[in-house]
Design a protein around this ligand. Structure first.
Ligand code: MG
Length: 296
């Protein structure tokens, strides 16, 4: 009533329930066209489900012919709507505006409703609406490769796990080639450059840094872009150390860093049968791929 009172023009008004967020201009055009020769028009859907009514302890099937589920917006000519509201008894609240026109014998037309105009009432309705509102999503993949030299040391960091050894990987940070490869794979999937762009090796603050910081940063970039990591798969190429005894610890650690269940994390290893720099145990190579889901 307060809204109607503010209207100065006397043609048409559309009244909408804000609990139906997926309104579009097509709905409005259909309603305005549907009002022709009537006092108003509403969007409504035929009842598709079989309708039951409680009858004592039992239920009975109610006829659904001619039954419609009324939606909003609803469109009305302002003068007849004002007159109908003036005639409405204050004793009860109407459940929609068309009902007020109906009560005085006014003519309201039905135009084709839209399931997208669902009314968000229960928590599960909001989950469905958020999925619908999320728009198109695409899956993207990225790959990363990293190698570090082996030298004397007190253990090899790989995939966030320190493997006891009389060697270590040499690098500006902790030289965890596994984490670096995964970081680059994730950055690749979202088109955000490479690890050196985000953590320049010339910057002293990353000297000796634990590489989980780099991986956490890449995972956060995915989330900040409205995306979600799907899975990662990393392969270490080396003769020593043997990866298999540490595989599950690595998966668990990667799961912690990435916020993923271990079922979405794969850690693999292979050798080059003595060939090349990995075969001569001069260094360790890691290759990774990552997939992410992002807004299209
Ligand atoms: Mg590296």
């Amino acid at each position: 009533m307060a809204g109607l009172a503010t209207l100065v023009r006397d043609d048409a008004v559309l009244i909408h329930d804000a609990a139906r967020p997926f309104l579009n201009s097509g709905h409005i055009k259909a309603l305005l066209a549907g009002m022709d020769g009537a006092d108003g028009a509403i969007l409504a859907l035929p009842v598709a489900d079989t309708v039951k009514r409680e009858s004592g302890e039992n239920i009975v099937t109610a006829p659904r012919d001619g039954l419609w589920r009324a939606q909003t917006p609803q469109a009305f000519r302002i003068a007849p709507l004002r007159a109908a509201y003036a005639a409405w008894s204050d004793d009860e609240a109407p459940t929609d505006d068309a009902g007020v026109i109906e009560a005085v014998g006014g003519r309201v037309r039905i135009v084709a409703g839209d399931p997208m105009l669902m009314k968000l009432t229960y928590p599960e309705d909001f989950e469905m609406a958020e999925r619908l509102a999320g728009g198109a999503r695409i899956t993207r993949i990225g790959q990363g490769v990293d190698a570090h030299r082996l030298g004397p040391g007190d253990g090899v960091w790989l995939c966030g796990v320190k493997i006891p050894s009389d060697k270590a990987l040499i690098g500006h940070s902790d030289a965890d080639a596994g984490l670096h490869a995964i970081t680059d794979a994730i950055l690749g999937a979202i088109g955000q450059g490479d690890i050196g762009d985000h953590f320049p090796p010339t910057d002293p603050q990353w000297k000796g840094a634990p590489s989980h910081l780099f991986l956490t940063h890449a995972a956060n970039l995915v989330r900040e872009g409205g995306g979600a990591l799907i899975n990662v798969d990393v392969t270490m190429i080396c003769e020593q150390p043997k990866i298999k005894p540490h595989r599950e610890a690595m998966r668990a650690r990667l799961g912690e860093i990435l916020g993923l269940p271990v079922s979405r994390i794969s850690v693999k290893a292979t050798t080059t049968e003595g060939m090349g720099y990995t075969g001569r145990e001069e260094g360790i190579l890691a290759q990774a791929i990552a997939s992410v889901e992002t807004p299209a």
